[in-house]
Design a protein around this ligand. Structure first.
Ligand code: PEP
Ligand code: MN
Length: 337
């Protein structure tokens, strides 16, 4: 249920109301919009308490949220959420570009890549340390050593860093080294992991599970937000269909659908969604044209040496060309890059 408070409500009134909500065994989630203060009231049978809460003088209206996800819904927050990751914004007018290798392999390759993507205008550096591989015999990531290399690259370039966290036991360590925690497609419904990153102070980029509906994905986001971490970025990365000429089918439909259903920023990952180097730029441009708040792209200076996802890595020169085209598309849809 959403409580919209009257304009100019006093802090003591808000406190009294949140106390009452807790007394009823419910959880209040406060959100200060541009004009109004809104309290999301979450709990079992919350609708039963509608009239009790409406009787408070400070309450203008109490509206039940009928969707199964609440805090991430557009009903809960009309304005788009803008997420700040170490000073770089996602969800504002600027389209965010995250770029880097699938996985951190050598220090040299990562540094070369970081310098190149920075020079071309990327805003974030990506790189996997813990890799969710289909085969247990494939490269699993350099783990802690890779986190340290990423932190060095951040120092060198000033780019905030994003990396995947696969396990609840890794969250604290990964959060110490990087600026955005990525939850991968294969872990999109790992509810314990979602609860754990929900308690982190770091923003979370939540990929769509390859067989998840948009509603299921939003429920996953709700797990994170309901644990207290409001800084969730959704990332469309392709779904499984019968089509096999590309690695997955990038569901660009998801962009306008999500913009309607949720206030969370939406980023698109055409690298995994398409999986074929030469087709990726077109889909990155299409994502921005369709209203994505950002793109995340795999780039590698020597794709043949990459320990994962070499065939979908853009060469730095391709990434540079793409950035110029992205800038034009961003401007055409009233944004910047
Ligand atoms: C990745 O970003 O390298 C990755 C493994 O992505 P996904 O979880 O979308 O497959
Ligand atoms: Mn990858």
């Amino acid at each position: 249920m959403i409580l919209t408070l009257k304009s100019g409500v006093k802090k003591s009134d808000v406190d009294a109301l949140t106390r009452k909500i807790r007394e009823l065994g419910l959880t209040p989630h406060l959100s200060r919009g541009a004009v109004k203060v809104i309290i999301g009231v979450i709990g079992e049978n919350e609708h039963k308490y509608k009239s009790v809460l409406e009787s408070f003088d400070s309450v203008e209206s109490a509206t039940p949220i009928l969707k199964p996800y609440k805090l991430v819904s557009r009903e809960f927050r009309k304005e788009n959420s803008v997420i700040d990751a170490r000073g770089a914004l996602i969800g504002g007018t600027r389209v965010a570009v995250m770029a880097g290798p699938c996985s951190v392999d050598t220090r040299d390759n990562l540094f070369t890549c970081a310098r190149a993507v920075k020079k071309s205008g990327a805003h974030f550096l990506r790189g996997g340390a813990f890799k969710p591989r289909t085969s247990p015999y494939s490269f699993q990531g350099h783990g802690l050593a890779a986190l340290k290399i990423l932190a060095e690259a951040r120092k060198m370039t000033g780019l905030p860093v994003i990396t995947e966290v696969m396990d609840t036991r890794q969250v604290e360590t990964v959060a110490r080294y990087v600026d955005i925690l990525q939850v991968g497609a294969r872990n999109s419904q790992n509810f314990d992991l979602l609860k754990e990153v929900g308690q982190s102070k770091k923003p979370v980029l939540l990929k769509r599970g390859m067989a998840n509906t948009i509603e299921e994905w939003l429920m996953s986001a709700e797990y994170v937000v309901s644990r207290g971490n409001k800084n969730v970025i959704l990332c469309e990365r392709g779904i499984r269909t019968f089509e096999n000429s590309t690695r997955f089918t990038l569901d660009l439909n998801a962009i306008p659908v999500l913009k309607h259903l949720t206030h969370l920023p939406v980023v698109v990952d055409p690298s995994h969604g398409v999986g074929v180097r030469d087709y990726i730029p077109a889909m990155a441009l299409a994502a921005v044209a369709a209203g994505a708040d950002g793109v995340i792209l795999e780039v590698h200076p020597k794709p043949t040496e990459a320990l994962s996802d070499g065939p979908q890595a853009l060469l730095p020169v391709m990434f540079d060309d793409l950035m110029q085209d992205l800038r034009r598309i961003a401007e055409a849809v009233g944004r910047s890059l």
